[in-house]
Design a protein around this ligand. Structure first.
Ligand SMILES: [Ca+2]
Ligand SMILES: [Ca+2]
Ligand SMILES: [Ca+2]
Ligand SMILES: [Zn+2]
Length: 311
């Protein structure tokens, strides 16, 4: 699976180990940092995307059938036809929240949705493209379940929580926010997996990755932006490294490896263009990632038409 390594305050070791992880396809490991500061300090590895039914790095390999997409005119994304995605945010907590805490969660859900709409509408940067996707919060719910609240990737707890909480069809975004295990920021399922496993469909987030959370520098809500990018069919910008097709999007320059932190101006592949380290589909800090491209918008739209839209 793909791994988002979180290297903070020059944690070079973490980066090197993460690259080894990428090569080995290991799903998750414990942080290398001192034990005392595991979660808050985030010197750790954060598997950041996943899809079911695949082993190891299969999850970021290109599925042959994924490219047989329904035709979507390239201009359609540019012309601004909107796709509004009904969105449910399911919080899972270990203990019952006070009334004030419940209200705070509702506010947090609103903040997250606003953040998503900023990113997907291109308002997060002057260099950002406005994708057609917008997110409409249908409902927020809070479930008290200590086992589910620390769910791990592909765990029984994850399966149970999703079976109990998921609503809607292929076009409905379900976000599960919890104190997820394994030092992860989040994971997501890809659109083409919906058909065989609808219950598993959705995005799982570390609650502290949401706006104002404790997972700095990943606490401005762009883990959700990134994971939903996968949910809409995008791969990482460093997918397949410098291979010409890399992420199957033409206007994201190929890059050899993830851009942890914010390595502005890095140019790791001979092919044209500097590395797209500001792209939401890289692994940079939330402050650094601020854009999608026109090509990504087109890909998301064709994936939507093929796997998620009812019509
Ligand atoms: Ca590309
Ligand atoms: Ca280049
Ligand atoms: Ca950002
Ligand atoms: Zn990812």
């Amino acid at each position: 699976m793909s791994v988002r390594a979180v290297a903070r305050s020059g944690a070079r070791l973490a980066v090197i180990a993460a690259l080894a992880l990428l090569a080995s396809g290991v799903a998750a490991v414990a942080p290398t940092g001192t034990g005392a500061v595991q979660r808050a300090a985030a010197d750790c590895f954060k598997p950041h995307s996943a899809q079911t039914g695949a082993r190891g790095t299969d999850e970021v390999r290109v599925d042959p059938h994924i490219e047989r997409l329904r035709e979507v005119p390239t201009m359609q994304a540019r012309l601004g036809g909107e796709v509004t995605v009904p969105t449910y945010i399911h919080f899972i907590t270990a203990t019952k929240l006070s009334r004030e805490e419940q209200i705070a969660r509702e506010k947090l859900a609103d903040l997250q949705i606003r953040k998503l709409n900023r990113g997907y509408s291109g308002r997060s940067s002057t260099k950002a493209f406005s994708t057609p996707f917008r997110f409409s919060l249908m409902a927020t719910d809070i479930t008290v379940n200590s086992a589910w609240s620390t769910m791990k990737f592909r765990s029984a707890a994850e399966a149970e929580a999703k079976a109990a909480l998921r609503v809607g069809g292929a076009d409905t975004l379900n976000i599960y926010a919890a104190n997820i295990g394994g030092d992860l920021l989040g994971w997501a399922t890809f659109p083409q997996r919906y058909e065989n496993n609808p219950t598993n469909d959705g995005v799982v987030l570390l609650t502290d990755s949401m706006p104002g959370g404790k997972a700095a520098p990943y606490n401005r809500g762009d883990t959700a932006t990134h994971e939903i990018g996968h949910w809409l069919g995008l791969y990482h910008t460093f997918q397949d490294g410098c291979a010409p097709k890399n992420d199957l999007v033409a206007d994201t320059p190929a890059e050899r490896r993830p851009g942890y932190g914010c390595p502005d101006g890095r140019d790791s592949c001979r092919a044209d263009g500097v590395d797209p380290i500001h792209n939401f589909m890289d692994y940079s800090n939330d402050l650094c990632m601020d854009r999608f491209t026109a090509g990504q918008a087109d890909r998301m739209l064709s994936q939507w038409a093929t796997f998620r839209s009812a019509g």
